[in-house]
Design a protein around this ligand. Structure first.
Ligand code: NAD
Length: 320
């Protein structure tokens, strides 16, 4: 069995390889070659959350689980609050194949998902990128997004404005001017908007969003969370990674509960990747990607890290 430690991931996987792995993963899901198992998520008390996301990709022979959670006391220990590890198994024999550090992989696979939605759904002439959220994930989201269109500037909003300079620095490093704006201005200026917050109440209202905008809503991954007004989903064409998660723990949970849209209105992004669905239907359509984060994404990037790690001699083999 192979071990790829967390410390090795940064040198093994970049935005481009994460993008390719997640694109393949979503396409395999749409072809029904791959499926996710039910998610287990438990509150451990004292703010700690732990869960398991798992699945099987029959064609790429990937079986595994990401075990991970949130441990709010970790900052005091000098380690990240989010902790996760991916375990891969041989789908034929069940034997363990690899144990892979999952923290950076989670950030890369999440950023790849929104980048894929931009590649396949945003208008080709998109110039202004709007960022709602300025936490840990937002920097990865920004880096992956700017590769998809010829963006000329970035506008941003965050509930805690003191965090915005990090986004501004990242935009500058990518050669893009950054401006902190109101939500009204963000909606009025941005062609593409990424939301990546821990919000439990709508931040962006339907009235903020103009025709032709693409939104990648990435923060809502739990029951009760919400980043955009439910009414926006009935004005938009809604895409997702997995419909079952979108309607239960994703942004669409609220619009479906309010009967503004039905689960059958939501399109798997993999169907756009495979060419089965055309994606955006006009320059004025609002497209919204509800990125909930599925286990197969974790397995796909972990499998890529293992093969690259073996190839480059950084994966450690252990007898198990
Ligand atoms: P973080 O803690 O580093 O940042 C949190 C962000 O949310 C900050 O911008 C903060 O200002 C903002 N925020 C906090 N409370 C808020 C509130 N009540 N209203 C509005 N904004 C608020 O977290 P992160 O690592 O950047 O992750 C952001 C979100 O993305 C989390 O909710 C996380 O669960 C989610 N996430 C989703 C996926 C996925 O696959 N969809 C993957 C990883 C993380």
């Amino acid at each position: 069995m192979w071990i790829v430690p967390e410390s090795a991931i940064a040198d093994l996987l970049d935005e481009a390889s994460a993008f390719a792995a997640i694109e393949g993963c979503f396409a395999a899901m749409a072809r029904r070659d791959a499926y996710n198992f039910p998610v287990v998520r438990e509150a451990l008390g004292a703010g700690r959350q732990y869960g398991f996301k798992s699945g099987l990709d029959r064609v790429n022979a990937i079986l595994g689980v990401k075990a991970g959670g949130y441990f709010p006391g970790n900052t005091d220990r000098g380690i990240p609050n989010h902790q996760s590890t991916v375990y891969l198994f041989d789908p034929d024999s069940g034997k363990p194949v690899a144990m892979v550090g999952g923290n950076l992989l989670t950030a890369l696979r999440t950023a790849a998902a929104s980048a894929i939605s931009i590649r396949y759904l945003a208008r080709a002439d998109a110039k202004v990128l709007g960022m709602v959220g300025a936490g840990h994930q937002s920097l990865f989201q920004l880096r992956a997004a700017v590769r998809q269109r010829q963006f000329e500037r970035v506008v941003g909003w965050n509930l805690h404005p003191e965090m915005l300079p990090r986004l501004a620095d990242e935009a500058a490093a990518l050669g893009l001017p950054f401006e902190a704006v109101s939500l009204e201005d963000l909606g009025a200026q941005a062609d593409v908007i990424i939301t990546i917050t821990s919000s439990f109440d709508p931040i962006l209202m339907a009235s903020h969003i103009r025709a032709g905008t693409h939104l990648a809503c990435m923060g809502t991954d739990t029951k009760g969370k919400q980043e955009v007004e439910a009414a926006l989903l009935s004005r938009a064409r809604v895409f997702t990674d997995e419909v079952a998660q979108s309607v239960s723990i994703g942004e669409a949970q609220h619009a479906v509960a309010a009967e503004l849209i039905s689960p059958s209105d939501i399109i798997e992004i993999g169907r756009v990747i495979t060419g089965e669905h055309p994606g955006r239907s006009s320059e004025t359509e609002i497209t919204l990607f509800d990125g909930t984060g599925v286990g197969l994404q974790d397995l796909a990037v972990a499998a890529r890290a293992v093969s690259l790690g073996i190839e480059r001699g950084v994966a450690q083999e252990v007898t198990f």
